[in-house]
Design a protein around this ligand. Structure first.
Ligand code: ATP
Ligand code: MG
Length: 599
């Protein structure tokens, strides 16, 4: 066996495998370099999702020809202060990005410092093939053509130009969020797809994620010891079907960390259903010694010295902010209500257990109040409002009291309370039905049946509706259009960032199409493409069913109430809605007797 030193072009290639996984990772490195060079504006051009071309132009400090040569050598960096990685404040510090990218592409580096002339160096897969004067404004332009064209092993793992573009857009978004003081433009296949001017942080986050955040966002700004947390999160009522709009920045660096997902879930746990997710861009500042940024070749992961403290700061801080915003939960509302009826020496929960259901009334109703679809009740006023609702007269009177004792398992409707609950009398007790939860389950089962039997009936819109969405979201919906048609939703592409809806599923009535499409796109993204969509039709049906027609708060006629009860009796799984909450509870005669001390 002979041990030999690898030639430098091979070393670069090996390193490239770590740093440059796909066009988006090359793009990220180049934009980071531009920001490190003090750019005030960064312009990105892409072709075919970056597979054909990635070009980044900045108006930063620029390099002279000698610096350019050095920049293309491995482990050459201007950034590492006194050899202490912990103290690094710039994005880059490894001196690997440029030579790595240059070793797997055709690479053109143009640069011009202020007050000097421009210079160009061209490389072909790591080999220098030309250099000479170049005309450009002060700053730097890096052009990467045909990334991985000669690295078939890597090329094979790349996804479609659309998927690569989606990843590139995400990379630019992250960096643009981390530097709201810098302007960014992004052009894909000759079309301008993103353009942001210097702005405040909340305005920048809203511009990049959702303009609605300007109204429905909650600014975060708090300090605990030497940890600080800033940024924007969405109010609970403004949520998404996937956890994909959650960004974490550690000391200004965009990172991907599971910790954030869990912390957000915990912070919102009592104000948001489990399958809904907040939007968040959180900026964490902590002393450099508290975090190691050198654990991942692309620096997208970090290691915290004390992850629990970080998690605690996020959960505690957000809970506090949500509480101050008036969207904190009011679990007391239900306890209060039951104790009005319950003798004081008994625990309210023990009386209301639904057989086999292990959950009590106070818990299920509590959750119903916090459902995102009920914004009016989700605030601090929940206690007050629920009490007024419950003391209002019954909304409907169903049957005269001498009607024959019902034989249906879920009984006969006797009335509606708070425009939300149906009260029914069964042979052996009193039934309370959460009409919203129940209807959601019925719609879901109808959709599943319909999709299994060759199609859900569709309702053609008189005027097709145009829905504007992100380009990647439109791509996902377009790819899934055939499957969605099976659910009665007819969509087609209408320009790069819009979909045209021609028909919607009849069982849904008139849904909010923008929200429905956005949720479906999220669902498809999470499932990982149309193939998976076919296998997980039940999940998609559940997303549809969330956009059902009978909301809490709607007054139902007696006939409607009884029809709902009868359909529940014959529908599988109708005992719980698709969020796992019970749809009905029973107060058996024995329970009622106990309430009045008769037993
Ligand atoms: N757009 C640019 N403007 C000015 N100088 C640049 C630019 N891009 C790169 N450089 C110079 O080239 C050097 C090498 O860049 P490269 O990205 O390879 O390494 P790095 O940024 O130092 O570290 P890392 O590998 O962690 O990104 C940088 O240290 C910087 O001095
Ligand atoms: Mg760099």
């Amino acid at each position: 066996m002979s041990i030999r030193r690898l030639p430098s072009h091979l070393v670069d290639r090996i390193a490239a495998g770590e740093v440059v996984e796909r066009p988006a990772s090359a793009l990220k490195e180049l934009v980071e370099n531009a920001l490190d060079a003090g750019a005030a504006h960064v312009a990105v051009r892409l072709s075919a999702g970056g597979l054909d071309l990635v070009e980044v132009t900045d108006d930063g400090a620029g390099m002279n020809p000698a610096e350019m040569s050095l920049a293309l050598e491995r482990h050459a960096t201007s950034k590492l202060p006194d050899e202490a990685i912990e103290a690094v404040a710039s994005f880059g510090f490894r001196g690997e990005a440029l030579p790595s990218i240059a070793s797997v592409s055709r690479f053109t580096l143009d640069s011009r410092p202020r007050g000097a002339d421009g210079w160009r160096i061209t490389l072909d897969h790591g080999v220098r093939v030309g250099e000479g004067p170049a005309a450009l404004p002060p700053g730097t332009r890096v052009r990467v053509d045909e990334l991985f064209a000669k690295v078939p092993a890597r090329r094979k793992f790349l996804r479609s130009p659309r998927a690569e573009y989606a990843a590139c857009l995400d990379a630019v978004r992250r960096l643009a969020m981390s530097r709201p003081d810098v302007g960014f433009t992004l052009e894909h296949d000759g079309r301008r797809t993103l353009s942001v001017q210097p702005a405040t942080l909340p305005a920048r986050v809203a511009a990049l994620l959702d303009p609605e955040l300007e109204r429905a966002g909650l600014p975060i700004d708090l300090q605990r010891g030497d940890l600080a947390l800033g940024g924007v999160v969405s109010l609970p009522t403004f949520n998404r079907g996937a956890a994909d709009h959650q960004y974490l920045f550690v000391n200004g660096r965009p990172v991907k960390d599971r910790l954030l997902v869990g912390a957000l879930r915990a912070a919102y746990s009592d104000v948001l259903a489990r399958d809904r997710h907040p939007i968040a861009a959180l900026f964490l500042r902590l002393p450099l010694g508290e975090v190691d940024v050198n654990v991942h070749p692309a620096k997208t992961e970090v290691r915290f010295r004390d992850p629990q403290a970080v998690r605690g700061l996020i959960v505690g801080g957000l809970r506090q902010a949500l509480g101050e915003a008036g969207h904190r939960s009011q679990p007391a509302a239900q306890v209060q209500w039951t104790s009005d009826l319950t003798p004081h020496d008994r625990h309210p929960g023990e009386l209301h257990r639904h057989p086999g259901e292990g959950r009590d009334l106070s818990e299920s109703s509590h959750q119903a109040y916090l459902r995102p679809e009920l914004p009016a009740l989700a605030g601090t006023t929940a206690l007050h409002e629920s009490r007024t609702l419950f003391t209002a007269a019954p909304a409907a009177r169903a049957e005269p009291a001498h009607a024959p004792v019902p034989t249906h398992p879920l009984g006969v409707a006797r009335g509606q309370v708070a425009a939300t609950y149906i009260v029914a009398e069964a042979a052996d007790g009193l039934i309370l039905v959460d009409q919203h939860a129940a209807h959601e389950r019925l719609v879901l089962e109808r959709l599943k049946r319909g999709a299994g039997n060759g199609g859900v009936p569709r309702q053609t819109l008189l005027l097709p509706e145009v829905v504007e969405l992100d380009e990647p979201d439109c791509d996902r919906l377009e790819e899934a259009a055939t499957d969605l048609a099976g659910f009665g939703l007819e969509v087609e592409r209408f320009g790069p960032t819009a979909m045209l809806v021609r028909a919607s599923p009849a069982p849904l009535g008139t849904p909010d199409l923008k929200r429905l499409l956005a949720d479906l796109a999220d669902e498809i993204a999470e499932l990982g493409g149309p193939q998976a969509l076919k296998e997980r039709l039940d999940l998609v049906a559940a997303t549809f069913a969330c956009h059902h027609s009978v909301r809490a708060g709607r007054i139902l006629s007696v006939a409607e109430m009884n029809a709902l009860l009868r359909e529940m009796e014959v529908t599988p799984l109708s005992g719980q809605c698709n969020h796992g909450r019970p749809t009905w509870v029973k107060l058996a005669h024995g329970d009622i007797e106990k309430l009045f001390g008769r037993k």
